[in-house]
Design a protein around this ligand. Structure first.
Ligand code: FES
Length: 67
């Protein structure tokens, strides 16, 4: 699924970036370009990164597709 529509970044790419060492949203921004345009993907990208590292989603956070 697309997480960042502006840069056409998928959850698979975020998981791959996490495996390659991305630890923070800033890392994803540098490596994949997420949040560089409208920024609406920030929350979803961060949750996807957390899941890729085996962390539980924060309470109340639900993965949603970017509009
Ligand atoms: S959806 Fe990611 S910058 Fe717009």
């Amino acid at each position: 699924m697309y997480v960042c529509v502006c840069k056409a970044v998928t959850d698979t790419q975020i998981r791959e970036a996490a495996q390659d060492g991305a630890r923070t949203l800033k890392d994803l921004r540098r490596d994949l370009g997420v949040t560089r345009d409208c920024g609406r993907c920030a929350s979803c990208a961060h949750e996807c990164l957390r899941e890729a590292h085996g962390e539980q989603p924060k309470p109340g956070k639900v993965m949603r597709k970017a509009a």
